[in-house]
Structures are given as structure tokens and as C-alpha cells.
Design a protein. Structure first.
Length: 331
């Protein structure tokens, strides 16, 4: 008799949704003025006092929304890059995309601040330029693109753009304090205006990512399967990379360098729901939102009144996790 193995995926999805809602309510309620979940819901519904209403709607709720958007963007970007490179260690921050976007944004912030309205576009151009450099360096006439060469090229490009960020920081050190929070990946001081700017970019990126699930699954199955299906591997990798670069770049333009979301979250999603991108990618979107929200909430409440940017929290957590993945993979 065949033993029935229960499917845990619906239960995991329900659990993730419950955790998501609880985390949002807790994050909104935590701060200098603390509210219980019941008080938070009451205030959101418009039955709280005027001070609580102002704190929630002007400060906390926009920040929570932004954390959810950015977390989902970076997680989707990392998941797509891992499909492209067929490597669980791929990440927008590790492959130079985030650094390329950061250079163009930092240049505008420090050198030509009057053009700050161009920051989202500049981030996309910078991230695209970095990706273009990575792929041009990785391309060989014999063999085209391979995941190993893409990753090695990404490390080199990341180092170059990291040096450019350091140079700009030194040359314009008098203007640096205003950009310091952004460089550390902070969500502090963001309002509903930032959310409304980010929302349409994010929706476009999510739709593109979800529509590319089939292509990501083809790459996941390996080069031989892709060839047998009549797919052009280079075209698949390029199209998925464009979506990943776009999602990472628009995120960097708003909150700066938040690393390791794109590394940690897709790996966690694969552990929980498997490698099939029909489940892995949507689950990564939800999990990425949750992880960044928790990191931001921890950073702003654990050492109050001091605030630790979410980018620093993720670096502290993500660095050891990256080493764990390397050891586990025998690399």
C-alpha cells in the first residue's frame, strides 16, 4: 500500500500569511509610543486618538508599506538571478547590480542634487550598465555565457563600483552626512510620497517576474533540457536578468544598499516550498517583504532611541548565512 505523504504547502502558505499580518500589525504598533495589536487595528480603523492617528499614518504605516515593497522587489530579483546563474549564491548585491545603481544615485545626491527627480531612472541606468559590464566580460565567443563567468565578472564589477562609491564619498565628504543613511540602507524618514513613487515601479516588476516563471523553470532544469525544448539560453538569461536588474535598481534608488535579501529569501523559499518557481517566486515575494519588515522593525526598536538601518541588520545576519551556504554547498 502506498503511504500518503501530506502536502505541507497549503499549511505553509496559511502560516506565512498569518505571520505576515501579525508582523505588519506589530511593526506598526512598536515604537516610542507602543500600541497593542488591538489598539493598532482600532487606530487604523479611525477610532484611535489624534496623536496615535498621526504617528501611524504619517510615520509608521508608510515605512511598513515601503519595507514590504522593497523586500518583495529584492527577493524576486535574487530569485531570478539565481535561476539565471544556476547558483544559490547569486544576489543583486554580490553581482554588482546594486553597486552600479548606487553609484549613479549617489552621484546625483552629492554632485547634482537639483536633479534628484531623476534618481529612479538613474538607478535603472546604473544597474543596467553594471549588468551590461558583467555580461560583456563574461561572454565568450565559444560557449557564450556561463553562470561561473557571470558570477566572477559580477564580483569584479562590484569591486569597481564599490571603489567609485568610496571615491565619491571622499571627494564630497562635506555633503556625505545627508546621504549616509541612504548608503546604509535606511528606511528612516520615508513617507507616503515615497511609497506612491515606488508602488507603480514595483507592480510592473512583479508582473514581469511572475510572467517569467516558465523561463525560470526552464533554466532551473538545466542547459540540456532547455536545448531540447528549443529555447535560446542566452536570450532567456538576458530577459530574466533585465527584470532582476530593474527590481534591484528601483529598490536601491529609494532606500539605498540593502544586501542579502535576494540571497537569503529565495534559499529559504526553496527549503520550504521547493524549487518550482510557480511556488518559489510568489512565496519569495511574501517572504522577502516579511524579512525586510522584521529587520527594519528590529533595527528601529532594539536600540531606541538609536536606530540601526535595515541594511546593516541584514548585513549582520546575511553575512554569516552566506558563509553557511558556501560551507553547505562545499564551495
Amino acid at each position: 500500500m502506498t503511504q500518503h505523504i501530506p502536502n505541507r504547502k497549503p499549511a505553509l502558505l496559511v502560516t506565512a500569511c498569518i505571520m505576515f499580518v501579525v508582523a505588519v500589525l506589530l511593526s506598526i504598533g512598536l515604537g516610542s509610543v507602543r500600541l497593542t495589536i488591538a489598539e493598532t487595528i482600532k487606530t487604523i480603523l479611525g477610532h484611535g486618538d489624534a496623536a496615535s492617528q498621526t504617528i501611524l499614518w504619517d510615520i509608521r504605516i508608510p515605512r511598513v508599506f515601503l519595507a514590504l515593497l522593497i523586500g518583495a522587489n529584492l527577493a524576486a530579483s535574487g530569485a531570478l538571478l539565481q535561476a539565471v546563474m544556476q547558483n544559490p549564491l547569486a544576489d543583486p548585491g554580490l553581482t554588482g547590480v546594486s553597486s552600479g545603481a548606487a553609484v549613479t544615485v549617489l552621484f546625483i545626491m552629492l554632485v547634482v542634487p537639483d536633479y534628484s527627480y531623476l534618481i529612479p531612472l538613474a538607478a535603472i541606468i546604473g544597474g543596467g550598465a553594471a549588468a551590461g559590464m558583467v555580461y560583456s566580460m563574461a561572454w565568450k565567443k565559444q560557449g557564450g555565457l556561463t553562470p561561473v563567468r557571470i558570477i566572477l565578472s559580477g564580483v569584479a564589477v562590484n569591486a569597481v563600483f564599490g571603489g567609485a562609491i568610496g571615491l565619491l564619498s571622499i571627494l564630497y565628504s562635506d555633503k556625505l552626512p545627508g546621504a549616509l543613511q541612504w548608503m546604509n540602507g535606511s528606511l528612516s524618514g520615508k513617507g507616503m510620497g515615497d511609497v506612491m513613487v515606488m508602488l507603480p515601479y514595483s507592480i510592473v516588476g512583479w508582473i514581469a517576474a511572475l510572467l517569467s516563471i516558465r523561463q525560470a523553470n526552464i533554466l532551473r532544469l538545466g542547459e540540456q533540457v532547455a536545448h531540447n525544448l528549443g529555447q535560446n539560453l542566452h536570450r532567456l538569461r538576458l530577459s530574466l536578468s533585465i527584470i532582476a536588474v530593474y527590481l534591484a535598481a528601483v529598490s536601491v534608488s529609494t532606500v539605498g544598499l540593502v544586501g542579502f535579501i535576494g540571497l537569503v529569501v529565495p534559499h529559504m523559499a526553496r527549503m520550504l516550498v521547493g524549487s518550482d518557481y510557480r511556488l518559489c517566486l510568489p512565496f519569495s515575494l511574501v517572504l522577502g517583504s516579511l524579512v525586510l519588515l522584521v529587520a527594519d522593525t528590529f533595527g528601529r526598536t532594539s536600540f531606541a532611541p538609536l536606530e540601526i538601518p535595515a541594511g546593516i541588520v541584514m548585513a549582520i545576519v546575511g553575512g554569516p548565512y552566506f558563509l553557511y551556504l558556501m560551507r553547505k554547498g562545499g564551495m
